[in-house]
Design a protein around this ligand. Structure first.
Ligand code: AMP
Length: 180
């Protein structure tokens, strides 16, 4: 990446589209080329952090697994704690659970029930917004814990699924939008 690193087009060029993964008909958006490019990874995180530069974010809630990769450094940039939302059965202590439908299957996620103090301001981070089912389930968990959700941040968004609709009224930000 050169001095112009950081525009949406630069980032998009570092997403590899893998047809028919993990199932026929799914075009998987692989962010590993972007992660492997130090300048691009840093610029992407800086831009995502800038969305919240005027907010007090107490916790970044990252969704397993790719939400961990983006959420942990983002938490550091925002001087916030990091809270993992994990696939069912992975968290060791008492947890809340929410089931949801994926673009390619069903799943359930969990959060430690004592992880967030009542009312604490949080953001949700994941790699990609498709139908919004995963983020909606995460919002449901955060509502159970009475967290204050400031917004949801994604590296990528597949706009034709209209996942934003399911996440209303929360503010949704994404760095790269795929429209077709
Ligand atoms: P959804 O719940 O439909 O918004 O799907 C978002 C979740 O599924 C994210 O955690 C993504 O990592 C994953 N995902 C869904 N579709 C894709 C895709 N086409 N490429 C990469 N990841 C995807």
């Amino acid at each position: 990446m050169n001095a112009s690193a950081g525009t949406s087009r630069d980032f998009r060029g570092l997403i590899r589209e893998v047809p028919d993964f993990p199932k026929p008909g799914i075009s998987f958006k692989d962010m590993t080329p972007l992660l492997g490019n130090a300048a691009a990874f840093s610029a992407a995180l800086s831009e995502m952090a800038s969305w919240y530069s005027h907010e007090e974010v107490a916790y970044v809630v990252g969704i397993e697994a790719r939400g961990f990769i983006l959420g942990s450094p983002l938490a550091q940039l925002l001087h916030a704690g990091f809270i993992p939302v994990r696939k069912e059965g992975k968290l060791p202590s008492a947890s809340r659970r929410a089931a949801y439908e994926l673009e390619y299957g069903m799943s359930a996620i969990e959060i430690h029930e004592d992880s967030i103090p009542h009312g604490a301001p949080v953001i949700i981070v994941d790699d990609l917004l498709a139908t919004g089912g995963t983020a909606r389930a995460t919002l449901d968990l955060l509502e159970q814990l009475h967290a204050t959700v400031l917004g949801c941040a994604f590296l990528m968004e597949l706009s034709w699924f209209d996942g934003r609709m399911r996440l209303q009224p929360h503010e949704i930000r994404s760095l790269i939008t795929f429209s077709s």
